[in-house]
Design a binder for this molecule. Structure first.
Ligand SMILES: CC(C)(COP(=O)(O)OP(=O)(O)OC[C@H]1O[C@@H](n2cnc3c(N)ncnc32)[C@H](O)[C@@H]1OP(=O)(O)O)[C@@H](O)C(=O)NCCC(=O)NCCS
Length: 235
């Protein structure tokens, strides 16, 4: 089993103007968080021992480990199709990669080899990196975490998340995991639908209370009772 992973250097690391723009967007997003906020996310889980057939996107896809140029292509801050929210999502993910997030996967549109989707996969061996993020739980040895997916704007609504996430989740078996978890804001219906189509169902709630622009956080992870109707909710 080869678990060696490499950090991916992004173009922004060599381009100060791009780096400054990322920083500006992230500071503005932090300020938007305000002095106080309370949020709930669903924790969703897929048990890899349960038979599941990955759905097919509306375009042919290859799923493989991402290179730095794949990340630069999908997380394109200057894509004119980006909304203000997309720019925040991109700036956050670029910073995540620059901090050393490893084991990123990409989905590539096989019609013209365009990278169109990214998603990071972690296991308990990544704890030293993950523990700098208080909103993520400590992983058990059998658990993998899928974090921070992103579909390029012009590729949305083609079922790419559902197929790519389903196939990336299966790679967790190669790093010794039997269960894969992920977290999604309760309001992010597109992502919740994608997760469910990729074989994930809600199994816990993550409550976060934050103060001072998110700089102070209190997080709790509360399993849903076995008979809680949210376990079988269809998004
Ligand atoms: C969430 C996200 C990854 C979904 O990607 P995707 O590849 O478009 O997902 P799918 O094609 O599998 O579609 C899932 C749902 O997305 C919704 N959707 C979102 N944007 C859409 C668009 N531009 N056109 C059509 N449907 C869209 C649809 O409701 C679709 O459900 P439906 O098929 O019942 O209509 C993508 O919207 C994204 O990158 N968002 C910003 C980052 C983010 O929120 N990441 C998730 C963090 S948990």
């Amino acid at each position: 089993m080869n678990t060696k992973v490499e950090r991916l250097p992004l173009a922004s690391e060599a381009r100060p103007a791009l780096r400054l723009e990322q920083l500006r967007i992230r500071i503005a997003a932090r300020l938007q968080m305000g002095l106080y906020g309370k949020f709930t996310r669903y924790g969703l889980c897929r048990d890899l021992s349960m038979p599941f057939e990955a759905p097919h996107a509306k375009i042919p896809l290859e799923v493989r480990r991402a290179s730095a140029s794949d990340l630069d292509a999908v997380l394109d801050l200057n894509d004119p199709a980006n909304s203000a929210q997309d720019r925040i999502e991109i700036a956050w993910r670029r910073a995540f990669a620059e901090k050393g997030a490893q084991r990123c996967y990409v989905a590539v549109d096989l019609r013209d080899n365009t990278p169109c989707y990214v998603h990071w996969l972690f296991n308990a061996a990544d704890t030293p990196f993950l523990q700098q993020f208080p909103n993520l739980p400590r992983l058990a040895p059998h658990e993998a975490l899928l974090e921070d997916c992103y579909t390029s704007v012009k590729y949305r609504g083609l079922g790419i998340m559902a197929e790519a996430m389903a196939r990336i989740a299966e790679r967790a078996a190669d790093i010794g995991c039997s269960h894969v978890i992920t977290f999604v804001d309760q309001q992010n219906i597109a992502s919740l639908k994608g997760c469910q189509r990729a074989g994930f169902d809600p199994h816990l709630l993550h409550h976060r209370t934050q103060l001072a622009f998110g700089l102070v956080q209190k997080n709790s992870f509360v399993p849903l009772a076995a008979n809680d109707p949210r376990r079988t909710l269809k998004f």
